[in-house]
Every structure is written in structure tokens, then in C-alpha cells.
Write a protein of this length. Structure first.
Length: 54
């Protein structure tokens, strides 16, 4: 792991939101939208793993 940097779950997230829409706070995986995003990513990763690794 020498030379690698450790990141948090939110480091790779960019949220695009229409300017006219109601604003939402993003507070990481424990917020309303952060939890939705985290669950979606988790499901997608599990679906992409070979059988027996999920």
C-alpha cells in the first residue's frame, strides 16, 4: 500500500441537481440521499461480482 492514498466514500461522488429543484443537503452515507446512493452502489457492486464473492 506504499504510495496509495486512502479515500472516503464521498470522495468519488459528484451530484448534479437542477437549479430550479429544491436543494438537498448531502451528508455522506448517513444522509437521505447519501444512503440511497450508497445502497445503489453496494447493490451494483454485488451484482457485478462473481458468484460466491458477494
Amino acid at each position: 500500500m506504499r504510495g496509495r492514498r486512502h479515500r472516503t466514500a464521498t470522495d468519488a461522488v459528484v451530484a448534479a441537481w437542477p437549479a430550479a429543484a429544491r436543494r438537498q443537503r448531502f451528508g455522506g452515507p448517513r444522509s437521505e440521499w447519501g444512503q440511497r446512493l450508497a445502497l445503489a452502489v453496494h447493490s451494483a457492486v454485488q451484482a457485478g461480482l462473481p458468484a460466491g464473492l458477494a
